[in-house]
Design a protein around this ligand. Sequence first.
Ligand code: IPE
Ligand code: IPE
Ligand code: MG
Length: 249
Amino acid sequence: MDLDGIDPQRLPRHVACVMDGNGRWATKRGLPRTEGHRAGEEALLDAAKGAVELGLEWFTVFAFSTENWRRPHQEVRFLLSVIADDLLTRRRDELHELGVRIRFAGRRDWRVPGWILRRMDETAALTRHNKAMTLTVAFNYGGRAEIVDAARALVAEGVKASQVDERSLRKHFYLPEMPDPDLFIRTSGEYRISNFLLWEIAYSELVFMDVLWPDFRREHLRDAVREYQQRERRFGLTRGQRDHDGLPS
Ligand code: IPE
Ligand code: IPE
Ligand code: MG
């Protein structure tokens, strides 16, 4: 493995990725957009393996947003089948063998077919004791929806206004124990967040890459990690304070 230039002591603990550009990849080849989603699933497997090789603890990918339901019906159906049949059936054993714990983040609302929820639950149960890495698949996920859902849960608990703080709100996120991403990657040359992990990326390092997601391979992940290691994180402090406090760099 070419770890050239990557410092194993300063790896990001959590990498989050917006897998974008499947449609354009297919259109460029004169194929239907759905072929891009199929190829994107291959890319995800390679990226996940690369993340395990690197020794990342957490890898989180944006698979389907709360806004993606508004795409043409056929495309939505195809995306659901790629996630359910390929990722949750064909690939999950491979990922399980690699010691990957697979989990899901997102709204479990009426729009998600029951059979998909069941497969997600089975996958999460099968892999729950795995220790090599946690792969979180954000499905029917929206950063705004997550914050709204957490606020609703607090209200439902009857929490007093004076007790609402960052910690109490965060406890109600979809995966409260997941650390904030250190590195946030978006592919396809777009410079936006598109409603992914809005709260959690407050201090993440953002890396935007031109590669279209179906062409993404573990080498691209390593390039992003190299770029991350060039950055200086300060968390609102001065450089001297940061060194003194031993914050992650
Ligand atoms: C990302 O690729 C996959 C999903 C959003 C589910 P796109 O389908 O958004 O591809 P582009 O951005 O149109 O090329
Ligand atoms: C973000 O990509 C969602 C996923 C990758 C699942 P989109 O393609 O939906 O985002 P926009 O429309 O370019 O902002
Ligand atoms: Mg897109």
